[in-house]
Design a protein around this ligand. Structure first.
Ligand SMILES: C[S@@+](CC[C@H](N)C(=O)[O-])C[C@H]1O[C@@H](n2cnc3c(N)ncnc32)[C@H](O)[C@@H]1O
Length: 333
C-alpha cells in the first residue's frame, strides 16, 4: 500500500540499526510498533522477537495489523473463502456504491461502479459470516485485510483518499480481484491495539519501542477515510464533495501539541530501548527531539538519505528535491 510515511523501503536499515544497539539475538524481546500504519516494521521484527505489540489510532490499520501481525497460525482453506467472495453476484445496495461511486448519483467517484458494488458485496458477506459465526476472528481479519489491500489497488485517487480524481485512471478501471493478504506464520503470540499511543503506553511494557508518529499536518483519518469506511462499515451521512466522515485528530499532526505529547510518551514508556523515526521536514527539529530524549537517558542519532513521499505535484510546494533525510533517534532509558 502506498502510505504516507511508510517505512517499507527503510525497514532493513531500521532492523540493522536496532540490532547494532540491542544485539543480534532479539528472540527474548518484546517489540512495540505503536504508530504501526501498514504494519511494515512490526512485520520485519515478527520473525525476530518473542512478541510484537502493534497499535494505531486508525481502524484500517488495526485490521491490517490484526492480520499481518496477530495472525500467526495456519488458517486452513483460507484461499477457498477468497475464491468464494471473489465470485459472488454483485449487489447495488451497499454503502460504497451508494455514496462513493458515480453510477448511484452520489457525485463521487472513488471507485468504478463495478468495483464499488464488489467491495460492498464482499464486505457484507464477511460481516454476515462473522455474525453467523461461520468464520472466526483470525479468518475475519485476514479476509478484511485482503479486501482493504485489493480495494486500495483500484481506488481512483492520486495517492491518498483526501480527494478522488475527476477522470477514471487506468488502474481504477480494472476490475478488482480479491487477493490474499498472506501473513507470516510463527509460534509466538502477538498483540494488536486500536488506541491513542499516549493512552496505550501507560498499559504496556517491553524491551524495544519503535515510534513512527506523523510529522506534519496531514491527518491519516482524513487521508485514508475510505479505508476506514470499508473496515468499520457503519452507516453515517457522508458530507461534502469527498464524503468525509468524522475522523480522528491526532495531536502529533498539530505543531503546537507535538513537543508535549511526545515528551509525555517518552516519559511514560516502560521500555529500555526507544527508536524514533522522524524526518528533517517534521514539526520537531533534530535539536527539539535531542533535548527531550536526552532528559531520559543515553541519546544517539543515526541518519539516512531516502526518497521523499510524493502525494501529488501541488503538495511538493517549493521542494524541488526528491530526497530527504530520515533520522533514527535512539534512547537507552
Ligand atoms: C508515519 S505513519 C506510520 C507508518 C508505518 N511505520 C508504516 O511503515 O506503515 C504514522 C501512523 O501513526 C498513526 N497515528 C497518528 N496519531 C496517533 C496516535 N495518537 N496514536 C496512535 N497512532 C497514531 C497514524 O494513523 C499513522 O498510521
Amino acid at each position: 500500500m502506498n502510505y504516507i510515511g511508510s517505512k517499507f523501503t527503510l525497514s532493513s536499515w531500521i532492523e540493522g540499526e536496532v540490532k547494532k544497539v540491542v544485539g543480534e539475538d532479539l528472540s527474548r524481546k518484546i517489540f512495540c510498533d505503536i504508530f504501526a500504519g501498514t504494519g511494515t516494521i512490526g512485520r520485519t521484527f515478527k520473525k525476530e522477537v518473542k512478541k510484537v505489540i502493534a497499535n494505531d489510532l486508525e481502524h484500517y490499520s488495526y485490521v491490517l495489523n490484526k492480520n499481518y501481525i496477530q495472525n500467526s497460525q495456519e488458517i486452513y482453506d483460507k484461499e477457498e473463502y477468497i475464491r468464494e467472495l471473489d465470485s459472488l453476484p454483485l449487489r447495488s445496495d451497499g454503502f460504497i456504491y451508494r455514496y462513493y461511486c458515480l453510477g448511484s448519483g452520489s457525485g463521487r467517484q472513488y471507485f468504478s461502479n463495478t468495483n464499488g458494488k464488489k467491495i460492498d458485496t464482499i464486505r457484507l458477506k464477511i460481516k454476515e459470516w462473522r455474525e453467523k459465526e461461520k468464520i472466526d476472528s483470525a479468518l475475519y481479519y485476514y479476509l478484511l485485510a485482503s479486501l482493504l489491500e485489493s480495494a486500495d489497488k483500484v481506488a481512483n485517487i492520486a495517492s491518498v483518499y483526501g480527494a478522488f480524481l475527476k477522470n477514471m485512471k487506468k488502474s481504477a478501471l480494472k476490475d478488482m480481484v480479491l487477493e490474499s493478504a498472506d501473513f507470516m506464520k510463527n509460534h509466538n503470540r502477538h498483540q494488536v491495539f486500536n488506541k491513542d499511543s499516549n493512552e496505550l503506553i501507560k498499559e504496556i511494557k517491553g524491551d524495544i519501542l519503535y515510534l513512527d508518529p506523523p510529522y506534519n499536518h496531514r491527518q491519516y483519518g482524513a487521508n485514508y477515510h475510505i479505508l476506514n469506511t470499508i473496515s468499520l462499515y457503519e452507516e453515517f451521512f457522508p458530507k461534502g464533495k469527498t464524503g468525509l466522515p468524522n475522523y480522528n485528530h491526532s495531536p502529533y499532526s498539530k505543531k503546537a501539541k507535538v513537543p508535549s505529547v511526545f515528551e509525555e510518551l517518552i516519559k511514560n514508556a516502560n521500555f529500555k530501548y526507544i527508536f524514533l523515526s522522524y524526518n528533517n521536514e517534521g514539526w520537531m527539529s533534530k535539536n527539539d527531539i535531542k533535548n527531550i530524549m536526552s532528559k531520559y537517558g543515553k541519546y544517539t542519532l543515526v541518519q539516512k538519505e531516502h526518497k521523499r513521499f510524493k502525494a501529488n505535484k501541488a503538495d511538493m510546494g517549493n521542494h524541488k528535491l526528491n530526497k530527504t533525510f530520515e533520522y533514527l533517534h535512539i534512547l537507552e532509558k
